[in-house]
Design a protein around this ligand. Structure first.
Ligand code: ZN
Length: 460
């Protein structure tokens, strides 16, 4: 993003219809001469490629906290926010409801994008009345677009599965693994070797897929053939744990690296491609009320955004979507310190130093839990102090006996608090950039997205 702008970028900016984004969809007539022409061209242009990025379980405050984290630790903006400053972007608030109610799960949420209909939580692309509509990946395949699914969760997790498969239960990940092959998903990258039997991997190889089982194999093979890459038994380890382990750094690719390889594989397709990129574990960190892990996952997702924007700079005929499927945990950065506005001391002055304390954590709560199994409460507190760098007050030490009680105590040390361990029902950030972005209105329902993507690409 810091490179000089290419001529394609200049052309793109000229034709992207910045004015229509400022005035909102359908208001292009209000533009000046240059903007009027540009907007007209933008509306007619079709997207050859679609890149759909999902930060799973991202409360709006996690997006904010990643920006705060990068500003305070690296003195820079996130790529997501930098994009808002530099590129024409359409921003929407998107409702996340499912047929089950006001709080969705990832299966119903991704199915909304997969088939354009709200269905029950836990189900993948089967409607309440038993219909099994054709999925987005199948439609893209029928239009000769190559398709890829990249995630840090298991490759067969609900979000990637929702774009491509049809199964009654999201937990049936073995069926999902087989359906990817049957339905011709060209690139499948993530965790979850446990759901791919030796026979199934052999069938992928027989169908012409390359197979990568560690970071070295993924990065070494620069071929154009379809690719199956599986990098852990279950989900890929949390970014905070990868960063603090030389072994994991060597063996496990980042989301950005997987995204880059997927783009190399897909971009030679004459009719273009559809690629889904998921930061799958922001959600998992938030379910565990683990703020440090959630922010590091969000930053890793943000690195994948940089990779995608570098591709789009050279390939402006690409529609980019960045969003989340729902919030999780009710994450927020809370005011700490003096709350009395009538004293001379400024209020909430403890919030920033508390937030900064969290940036030094060296372990996820998940890994801490695994590594402290069977320890006495006293030894657990000592282990918690080691990975957090905190010195807990005497009144808290007796309460901190597990990762659950630790995360509750962390609010007053780090400023990060939670409303639950569950998904939340808020409207979410939804942004688009590139041809077709003008189709997305400032207020969206999640079941409108599917049709807009078809329209943007001209795929029936
Ligand atoms: Zn989700």
């Amino acid at each position: 993003m810091n490179q000089p702008r290419s001529s394609s970028r200049r052309e793109f900016l000229k034709f992207a219809g910045l004015g229509s984004l400022v005035f909102g969809a359908g208001s292009a007539r209000a533009l000046g001469a240059d903007g009027r022409e540009a907007s007209g061209n933008s509306a007619k242009r079709q997207a050859k490629n679609v890149i759909f990025m999902v930060s799973d379980g991202m409360c709006f405050s996690v997006l904010t906290a990643a920006q705060t984290y990068l500003t305070r630790t690296e003195k820079r903006s996130s790529h997501w926010m930098k994009m808002y400053g530099e590129l024409p972007v359409v921003r929407s608030l998107c409702e996340t409801d499912s047929a089950s109610g006001i709080v969705t799960d990832s299966a119903a949420a991704a199915s909304c994008w997969g088939i354009g209909e709200r269905i029950d939580n836990g189900v993948i692309n089967i409607t309440q009345d038993g219909r099994k509509p054709v999925t987005l990946v199948q439609k893209m395949n029928a239009a000769k677009k190559r398709c890829g699914l990249v995630t840090t969760a298991t490759a067969t997790h609900a979000t990637p599965a929702g774009f491509a498969t049809t199964v009654a239960k999201r937990s049936d990940q073995k069926t999902i693994a087989a359906q990817y092959l049957e339905r011709g998903v060209d690139v499948v990258l993530g965790g979850g070797t446990q759901y791919f039997s030796d026979d199934l991997v052999a069938a992928y190889r027989k169908a012409g897929y390359g197979v990568a089982l560690n970071r070295g194999q993924l990065l070494a093979d620069a071929g154009k053939a379809p690719l199956l890459g599986l990098f852990s038994k279950s989900h890929i380890p949390f970014e905070i744990d990868r960063l603090n382990s030389a072994e994991l750094k060597a063996s496990t690719p980042t989301l950005s690296e997987m995204t880059k390889v997927a783009l190399q594989r897909l971009s030679s397709a004459p009719e273009g491609f559809f690629l889904m990129v998921e930061g799958g574990r922001i959600d998992h960190a938030a379910h565990g009320n683990d703020g440090a892990a959630a922010i590091r996952e969000q930053v890793a997702f943000d690195e994948a955004i940089a990779t995608v924007l570098a591709f789009i700079d050279k390939n402006p005929d690409t529609l980019l979507v960045i969003t989340t499927d729902h919030g999780t945990g009710g994450f927020n950065v809370n005011g700490l310190g003096n709350e009395d506005f009538d004293t001379s001391a400024p209020s909430y002055a403890e919030s920033s130093p508390a937030f900064d304390r969290m940036t030094g954590f060296t372990s996820s709560l998940e890994l801490l839990k695994a590594e402290t199994k069977g320890l006495s409460p006293k030894d657990f507190v000592a282990a918690a102090e080691k990975v957090t760098g905190l010195k807990f007050k005497a009144e808290d030490r007796s309460k901190i006996t597990s990762t659950k009680t630790l995360s509750e105590a962390l609010m007053k040390y780090t400023s990060i608090g939670w409303t639950s361990n569950n998904h939340t029902g808020e409207m979410v950030e939804f942004c688009t950039h590139g041809p077709g972005s003008q189709l997305f209105t400032p207020h969206l329902r999640n079941d409108q997205v599917h049709a807009n993507i078809l329209k943007a690409t001209g795929v029936a």
